[in-house]
Write a protein that binds this ligand. Structure first.
Ligand code: UDP
Ligand code: MN
Length: 335
């Protein structure tokens, strides 16, 4: 009897392993073929420039990259290596005396695991030509690492409460940022960029990324079919979407303070509407951000060079890495 049982258990296990293996291979195949899915097309004629009031956008060389989509159907540039002259952007913003706020949240163990590398690398690569202030939101200000800052660079630490659920930590950022723009940022900075902390800068992330409202193409989906985007599919949720333009990654978004105030207020309102109904969008704040950019198109889109994951492996169209996902330790970091 025992023998029969062991045999049956082994049989079930081998079937499960087989299934897992098949699934793994299927995912691998999906990733491989993903590279063959064509991205959408920039609707301009060959060699035509963007017709934008913004002289920097209309100077972009969109046709130096025919392997990728370099502008959206509503005429916003998608920033890829090769399409812009970094010096033009830097000179423009130095002359305009542009000042940039960077917000980052490091709550609970995320502080000790990620913040130091994030800040050190930002000092090397994030808008190095411009005045930048880091606004660090944390529950344990005394543990914020001391990082040597360059001239024109500042750091301010703001204490916030921890939350029981990581989803709430992530979502509450929208409200905190909106309030902080109102109380502080609008008086000091023209632009603001909001970052996840679990990432490391490895290449120029410069003033070419500045715009009214700026979204980032998610590294895993920039060559996926729209039906595979992981939008929220629950009609009850404020983030519900049937279709869309792109799948944006919430690890980075930015814009002018007015632009980011609109984004964060919209997302927070959606999150609260869902909470009243006792529901939550599939990818939390990211689902609401995708809804915002569907209804209010971003004025600039960043290619996945601006937030790449080495898990994906080599891609011909990713010519530089500017920021990389750090290793995720969900098992120990998420409560
Ligand atoms: N975060 C934090 N502490 C937490 C959970 C999240 O500080 O316990 C912040 C941190 O900035 C993090 C962001 O919220 O980068 C989003 O969470 P996470 O990076 O885990 O989400 P993922 O990128 O894996 O979707
Ligand atoms: Mn993250």
């Amino acid at each position: 009897m025992n023998k029969v049982l062991i045999y049956m258990l082994r049989f079930v296990k081998s079937r499960q392993q087989g299934r897992q293996e098949r699934r793994r291979r299927q995912e691998e195949r999906h990733r491989f073929f993903q590279e063959l899915y064509a991205m959408g097309k920039c609707p301009l004629n060959y060699n035509e420039k963007l017709k934008s009031q913004n002289e920097l956008d209309s100077s972009l060389d969109l046709w130096s990259r025919v392997d990728v989509q370099t502008c959206t159907k509503w005429g916003a540039p998608i920033m890829w290596e090769g399409t812009f002259d970094p010096g033009d952007f830097d000179r423009h913003h130095i002359q305009k005396r542009t000042s940039v706020a960077l917000t980052v949240f490091a709550i609970g163990r995320y502080l000790e695991v990620y913040l130091k590398e994030f800040l050190k690398s930002a000092e090397q690569y994030f808008m190095v030509e411009l005045p930048v202030t880091y606004y660090i939101f944390t529950d344990i200000p005394e543990f914020v690492p001391k990082v040597k800052l360059m001239k024109q660079r500042h750091m301010k630490v703001i204490q916030v409460k921890n939350q029981k659920r990581w989803q709430d930590i992530s979502m509450l950022r929208m409200k905190t940022i909106a309030d902080f723009i109102e109380s502080h940022i609008q008086h000091w900075h023209q632009y603001i960029f909001c970052f996840d902390v679990d990432q490391v800068f490895v290449g120029r992330f410069g003033s070419e990324a500045l715009g009214e409202t700026v979204g980032l193409l998610h590294a895993f989906y920039y060559r996926s079919h729209v039906k595979d985007y992981t939008y929220d599919r629950n009609p009850e949720s404020a983030a519900y979407m049937v279709t869309g333009d792109f799948y944006y990654h919430a690890a980075i978004f930015g814009g002018t303070w007015q632009g980011v105030k609109n984004i964060t207020e919209f997302c927070h309102q959606g999150i609260m509407k869902d909470k009243e109904k006792n529901i939550e969008a599939l990818w939390h704040d990211e689902s609401h951000l995708n809804k915002y950019f569907w209804l209010h198109k971003p004025s600039k889109v960043l290619s996945p060079e601006y937030c790449w994951s080495t898990i994906i492996g080599f891609r011909f169209d990713i010519r530089v890495h500017r920021l990389l996902w750090a290793t995720k330790f969900y098992d120990i970091l998420r409560t």
